[in-house]
Design a protein around this ligand. Structure first.
Ligand code: GLV
Length: 311
């Protein structure tokens, strides 16, 4: 039965994925155009940010393998058949990329890079007090595969790392806490907050004035998860009144970030184009192919999304 590839990839990217998947799964047939096959024959869809409605009416679909780690958009598409298993992309290479971005952002904040960059533009020569990594408290929100990898990488670098998750996380070599009551006290001690939560109804808009006020004066936010976690007006207000020092933002409620958005030119905001951890086709094709083989062998796919939980 054919496997549908439903993505927002450009032609070159689509060709690359198709070749890699075909090499992994030589006996499978991949299609990108539903017009070329009978819908009833499609039982697997491999998707990356598919347009809304791309999977509607596939009566015999059994697996949707996402090439993205976050599946909030898929779960928000009412035309995605409700009974079909959805698997997230869990790829160690992507976790490593995310840890590198988080480390870069935390190091930049810790070592005053953003202040020095502004000083350079103003031809202003002034050194800042130098702090040791173990004097910087980093709170990592979200302790899934990515959050844990990030937290451990930062801890290895000497930062004082604590983690928070909405439900108890697998143990890791860091202090971890769970639940609403633990969040504000954790934030009150954080110099830098790194967000890696999944976007669910419970976490949408979580990063708002209540949270920013709980963070100490001069703390910074690094958002590498989803734009909709942040109430933008609240973040801008916290930055404008100098309560928060800086925000490193990789993700936005609307992407690409609209040209007239205040984030672009805000002196205390660093904008990245949703590039913190891109899916690496070389490793992720192997991960996706393994799930296809599992399904064909009658086994249940790995990394299945719990639709009620939302990730
Ligand atoms: C990227 O944001 C992803 O979810 O993989």
């Amino acid at each position: 039965m054919p496997i549908l590839l439903a993505t927002d990839f450009d032609v070159a990217e689509q060709r690359l994925w198709r070749e890699l998947l075909q090499t992994e799964l030589p006996d499978e047939r991949f299609v990108t155009d539903r017009q070329t096959v009978d819908d009833a024959t499609i039982d697997i869809a491999i998707v990356a940010n598919p347009p809304r409605g791309a999977l509607s009416g596939l009566a015999n679909l059994r697996l949707i393998q996402s090439l993205w780690a976050g599946v909030d958009r898929l779960l928000g598409d009412p035309s995605v058949p409700p009974q079909v298993a959805i698997a997230r992309m869990v790829d160690p290479a992507m976790n490593v990329a995310m840890a590198e971005t988080a480390l870069w952002a935390v190091l930049s904040l810790h070592r005053g890079y953003y202040t020095y960059a502004a000083q350079q533009r103003a031809r202003h020569w002034q050194s800042l007090p130098q702090r040791r990594a173990d004097e910087i408290a980093v709170a990592v929100l979200g302790l899934g595969q990515m959050g844990r990898t990030v937290a451990l990488r930062l801890a290895d670098q000497g930062y004082r790392v604590s983690g928070w998750s909405t439900r108890p996380a697998e143990p890791a070599r860091i202090d971890a806490c769970t639940g609403d009551d633990a969040l504000l006290p954790l934030l009150a001690r954080a110099d830098i907050v790194v967000n890696l939560l999944p976007l669910t109804p419970a976490t949408r808009g979580l990063l708002c004035t209540r949270i920013f006020d709980a963070m100490p004066q001069g703390a910074s936010l690094v958002n590498l998860a989803r734009g909709a976690h942040v109430v933008d007006a609240d973040l801008l207000a916290a930055l404008d009144r100098g309560h928060l020092r800086h925000a490193v933002l990789d993700v936005f409620a609307t992407e690409p970030l609209p040209a007239d958005h205040r984030y672009w030119l805000h002196p205390n905001v660093t904008v990245l184009p949703h590039a913190a951890a891109q899916t690496d086709a070389r490793s992720a094709a192997t991960v996706a192919a393994a799930n296809v083989r599992r399904l064909r062998a009658g086994e249940s796919p790995q990394n299945q999304v719990d639709r009620v939980r939302g990730y």
